[in-house]
Design a protein around this ligand. Structure first.
Ligand SMILES: [Zn+2]
Length: 309
C-alpha cells in the first residue's frame, strides 16, 4: 500500500495528519498514580492516538461463558485491533493493559487523557446469564445526564488547577469554568456518537448486532471530558456460538478489521472537519440512518464497584 493512502471500504482515503491541538484539551492536575503504557506505531506526535482498553483483568475476570473468560477474550480482541491499526500505519496505539492486570475505570480514561489520546475504545463482552440464546454486539456512549454530572466535577477540579483548555482561568468565576468544561464535554459526546455511528455503519454485514445496538449509560470508564470515548460490547460470552466465534482467529480478524476501518474513517473526518474540507468519502452523513438509542443509568459497567459485566 502506498504511503499516504489508506484502503477504506474499497476506496482510497487520504490519511490524516494533524497536531494534537486540533481539539481543545482540558489541563488537569497530574495526580494519577498509574503507570503510562507505551505508545506503539510510527514516530511523531502528529499521528492520531487511539487508546484501546481491554475491560476487566487481574482479580476481575468480567463475564464468563463456556470455556471463555471476558478478561482474556477482550485482551485478545484488543491486541488484534492494535495489530490491525499498526499494520495500516499512520495511527498510534496504546493499550491500557497488555497483560492480565486490574485497572480502575478512572485509571483507564486517565491513561488516555495523560497520553493525549484522540480516541478511547473500551472493549468488553456481554453476559445474559442463563439466557444463552441472547447474542449480538452493542455500542455504549455516555448518557448526557452522566456527562453533565461529570462536567461539573471536572469543573470543580479545574478551579484548583487554574487552567482549562490551555487557558489561564484563575480568577474566573465557577460559572465560567463550568461552561467551558461543558462546552468541551458536549463536543466530546457528539464526537463519541459520531464514532459509534461509524462503527455501526462499517460493521454492517460483518458483525452481528443486538436488536438494540446503541445504548447510553452512566459508564464511569467513558467519563473523560475531552477524549471521545466508546465502549464496545463485542458480543455475548454467554452465547456459546458467539463466544467461540469471537475467540476464533477469523472472528478476531473480522472484529479488528471492522473497528480499525471505523477508527480510520473517524480520523479522516476529524481532519476534514478541522480543515473545513468537503470530501465525499469522509463526510457521508449518517443522519438518515441514525440509530435509536436506549438510555439506561444503570448500564452493565455503570459502577466502579460492580465490574462483573
Ligand atoms: Zn465487561
Amino acid at each position: 500500500m502506498a504511503m499516504g493512502v489508506a484502503a477504506t471500504s474499497g476506496r482510497d482515503l487520504p490519511i490524516p495528519h494533524f497536531g494534537r491541538d486540533y481539539a481543545p484539551r482540558i489541563v488537569l492536575e497530574n495526580n494519577a498514580a498509574v503507570d503510562l503504557p507505551q505508545i506503539e506505531g510510527d514516530e511523531g506526535d502528529d499521528r492520531p492516538l487511539v487508546v484501546i482498553d481491554p475491560g476487566h483483568g487481574g482479580h476481575d475476570p468480567g463475564a464468563s461463558g463456556v470455556g471463555v473468560v471476558e478478561k482474556d477474550l477482550v485482551l485478545d480482541l484488543a491486541k488484534a485491533l492494535r495489530d490491525a491499526l499498526l499494520e495500516q500505519g499512520d495511527v498510534r496505539v496504546a493499550l491500557t493493559r497488555s497483560d492480565d492486570r486490574y485497572l480502575l475505570h478512572a485509571e483507564r480514561f486517565e491513561i488516555a487523557r495523560r497520553l493525549g489520546a484522540d480516541l478511547f475504545v473500551s472493549i468488553h463482552a456481554d453476559s445474559a446469564g442463563e439466557a444463552s440464546e441472547v447474542e449480538g454486539a452493542s455500542i455504549y456512549t455516555l448518557s448526557s445526564q452522566a456527562s453533565s454530572e461529570a462536567a461539573a466535577r471536572f469543573a470543580e477540579r479545574e478551579n484548583r488547577s487554574d487552567r482549562i483548555n490551555g487557558q489561564d482561568v484563575a480568577g474566573q468565576s465557577d460559572v465560567v469554568n463550568t461552561i467551558l468544561v461543558e462546552l468541551s464535554q458536549r463536543r466530546t459526546q457528539a464526537e463519541s456518537r459520531q464514532f459509534a455511528d461509524l462503527i455501526q455503519r462499517e460493521a454492517e454485514g460483518a458483525i452481528r448486532f443486538h436488536p438494540q445496538p446503541r445504548r447510553s449509560a452512566a459508564l464511569k470508564v467513558l467519563r473523560a471530558p475531552d477524549v471521545p470515548s466508546v465502549l464496545f460490547e463485542s458480543g455475548f460470552i454467554t452465547n456459546q456460538e458467539e463466544a467461540a466465534r469471537l475467540a476464533s482467529p477469523a472472528g478476531r480478524k473480522r472484529f479488528a478489521d471492522t473497528l480499525a476501518r471505523a477508527i480510520r474513517i473517524y480520523f479522516v473526518r476529524q481532519r476534514d472537519d478541522l480543515l473545513g474540507e468537503e470530501t465525499d468519502e469522509a463526510n457521508e452523513s449518517t443522519a438518515d440512518d441514525a440509530p435509536t438509542e436506549t438510555t439506561s443509568d444503570a448500564g452493565p459497567e455503570a459502577a466502579d464497584e460492580a465490574p462483573a459485566a
